[in-house]
Design a protein around this ligand. Structure first.
Ligand SMILES: Nc1ncnc2c1ncn2[C@@H]1O[C@H](COP(=O)(O)OP(=O)(O)OP(=O)(O)O)[C@@H](O)[C@H]1O
Length: 658
């Protein structure tokens, strides 16, 4: 293959300022290669599968014959428009422009599909790109979208479109099938297909330092009447339609004009009020399709303005915080304001008591769990005197012992714990159930179901292959559930897991005091819950975003403790006790994937989401019989399929849990 040099006047090491938009700071341009006479593309790329077909050609899954480990996508476009819509010259000019936009004009961006190679053959042009998840696009996302996930994906789209417009490019064909995803969790989207894009240097605020448009295009192509009617508002309109589809859970088919869809389907495409906050509606009214947004394109905001919209800028910041400024100020002094701060449609009540606690609960003993520093008592309902409960005391900080700032932080930490346990998480079988919270000025008393006093610490020495598998599965299940709701435990310790029975058969996570809400991670919420209302900026700043990997690591340490018989905390250089005999090789496999180093990896599998990882581990443990070995390869290969299924189940499960 021949790589032309002469007109290539930009060095491959030139650097590029991609702005604050998530672009990378440096870009090496790809050289366009030309197939010599007699050469064929399959000498370079081996086709595995047909994955898509569009107006301009077919897209196949391929591997580079010299690097067969990495799967790629190749878009094969005839040089001449086979449908005859474009003259041969115009079609070639279109292909040339698509290649230049992807390769020269736009810097790389996290949410734009990455180009890998450009090859020109006798009759065809080949664009080799990174492979996105096959058969999944924005259409697949709409149905399961909710406040958190919609904001995440929408922000990414806005960020990419902002970059296009800065560099003078209008994508001009932003449709759901041109937005793919890098992963099956819909966490990172990738825009594809610049086949209809328009480039006007006059629109650009930024240009590559070495890209001189007039060296690459004829002046009439850059200034002429062609495309002049086009405008950046095309992309804004498309974003508005995406936003509407995310909020409504469905996309308005293109056959409906904006007016007719409302006439024929007044309720069918309604945005879901229960899932989206007023800021999202405000943006919909600004850019959505009529009748939600403006009739006239002239009334649409620019991408710059959209980027600054409150739903995107302070999406995860709290409206609650603004509304209840006064109450937040009072919180360190008076815990009864928690009743106002945590007010919601939830069924788990917060009750202010003005009289003595003994009128409500009679303390019958103290609960001591290994290493636990948390004050938990055992008590019964003062009236019925039945059903023992665990009473967890969350006390106000004594300001004579701590600074006002420390008192405020501790009050916010308690607020955060209650938001997570009462408002974010639905009930779950392996997480301790809370029946109510009593509030006084000085403390919050959390009334919970009573678990046994034995914790994982007592379990480790007696754990056997079967019992360990059962308990580990319950924990992995619980962590996966928490992550789906965006909750990271951060500090899962053995004494945070209590058993319900003396035989170590069923366990529950009983401590969420270090948990944080990570809105990037969340895939589902209660139907009527808006995390953004509760997670205040201060809480986010104080506790950080929460790294889900910490929980997987904690599970890895717990697994090791079950297998070795002893807990070794997370410190120092490791001389870890070896696994005791009797554990199945699957357990050793798991340990090598998530256990503490050197038994497990120094770094967890970065390419996989933690959710995905836990899900498959859980499933494999579940289905593995003692004679049936499970290899790492099998675990990995099951990942994609499992998580697609999981995504489809999320909405159903959310309801089932509640
Ligand atoms: N990088 C990729 N990874 C996975 N699938 C892809 C990739 N690129 C394209 N596809 C699939 O191929 C289809 C067609 O691709 P693309 O939109 O680039 O072609 P097109 O001929 O320009 O289509 P259009 O009709 O939208 O103009 C996409 O909708 C998608 O399903």
């Amino acid at each position: 293959m021949w790589s032309p040099g002469p007109q290539d006047n930009s060095s491959s090491s030139e650097s590029e300022d991609a702005g604050e938009d998530g672009g990378q700071s440096a870009k090496s341009f790809l050289e366009v290669k030309v197939l010599k006479d007699g050469e064929r593309i399959d000498q370079y790329y081996k086709v595995l599968d047909l994955i898509g077909e569009g107006r301009s050609g077919k897209v196949h899954e391929v591997v580079d014959v010299n690097k067969p480990d990495e799967k790629l996508a190749i878009k094969i476009q005839p040089k001449f428009d086979e449908l005859g819509g474009n003259s041969p010259e115009r079609e070639l000019a279109r292909l040339y422009k698509e290649m230049l936009i992807c390769n020269r004009i736009l810097p790389p961006h996290e949410n734009v599909v990455q180009m890998k190679d450009f090859v020109v053959g006798k009759d065809k042009v080949y664009i080799v790109q990174e492979l996105c998840v096959k058969k999944i696009d924005l259409f697949s996302f709409f149905g399961g979208a909710h406040e958190t996930s919609a904001r995440r994906v929408f922000k990414q789209l806005v960020s990419a479109v902002h970059l296009f417009h800065q560099y003078g490019v209008v994508h001009n064909d932003l449709q759901p099938h041109n937005v793919l995803f890098a992963d099956t969790q819909f966490s990172t989207c990738r825009i594809i297909d610049f086949g209809l894009s328009i480039y006007k240097p006059a629109w650009a605020k930024k240009v590559h330092s070495n890209f001189k448009p007039y060296d690459w295009f004829k002046a009439e192509d850059l200034e002429g009447a062609t495309d002049m009617a086009a405008s950046s508002r095309y992309d804004i309109r498309a974003l508005g339609k995406f936003l509407h589809a995310m909020m409504a859970g469905k996309h308005i088919p293109i056959i409906y004009s904006d007016m007719s869809f409302t006439m024929h389907n007044p309720d069918h495409y309604k945005p879901r009020k229960q899932l989206f906050c007023t800021a999202a509606f405000d943006l919909l009214f600004t850019i959505g399709p009529p009748p939600f947004g403006p009739e006239l394109d002239d009334e649409l905001p620019t991408i710059e303005e959209i980027r600054k919209h409150p739903w995107l800028v302070q999406g995860h910041l709290s409206r609650q915080h603004k509304i209840f400024e006064e109450e937040f100020t009072q919180l360190p002094e008076d815990f009864t304001v928690l009743e106002v701060l945590l007010k919601d449609k939830s069924t788990r009540p917060l009750r202010v008591i003005r009289d003595d606690l003994s009128n409500h609960y009679i303390i019958t003993g103290e609960l001591h769990r290994t290493n636990s520093t948390i004050g938990v008592m055992e008590g019964v309902d003062a009236k019925t005197k039945s059903f023992k409960k665990a009473l967890r005391l969350l006390s106000k900080v004594d300001v004579t012992l701590m600074s006002a700032r420390e008192a405020r932080l501790e009050a916010l930490r308690i607020y955060n714990e209650l938001v997570i346990t009462l408002r974010i998480l639905p009930s779950y079988r392996n997480i301790v159930h809370i029946s109510e919270v009593l509030l006084t000025e000085d403390y919050a008393m959390v009334v919970r179901e009573l678990c046994g006093t034995q914790t994982l610490m007592e379990f480790f020495p007696v754990a056997k292959n079967h019992s360990a598998r059962n308990i580990f599965k319950q924990l992995a299940d619980a962590v996966q559930f928490l992550h789906r709701y965006g909750v990271v435990l951060v500090d899962l310790k053995p004494h945070h897991v209590a058993f319900m029975d003396a035989g170590f058969f069923s366990c529950k996570i009983i401590d969420m005091s270090s948990a944080v809400y990570n809105w990037e991670l969340a895939e589902c919420t209660h139907d009527f819950f808006q995390p953004g209302r509760f997670i205040t900026p201060e809480v986010t700043k104080m506790l950080g975003p929460g790294n889900p990997e910490d929980d997987v690591r904690a599970l890895g340490r717990i697994l090791h403790a079950m297998m070795s018989g002893a807990w070794e905390s997370n410190t120092g250089t490791r001389t870890l006790a070896p696994a005791r005999p009797g554990f199945h090789k699957d357990a050793l496999n798991l340990l090598s994937l998530i256990g503490p180093p050197p038994l497990g990896p120094e770094l967890l599998q970065k390419t996989l989401s933690i959710n995905e990882f836990i899900y498959v581990l859980k499933d494999e443990i579940d289905s593995t019989s003692d004679d049936d070995g499970v290899s790492k390869a099998r675990i990995m290969s099951g990942l994609r399929e499992q998580s697609i299924l999981r995504h489809n189940k999320v909405s159903r499960e959310t309801r089932a849990c509640e």
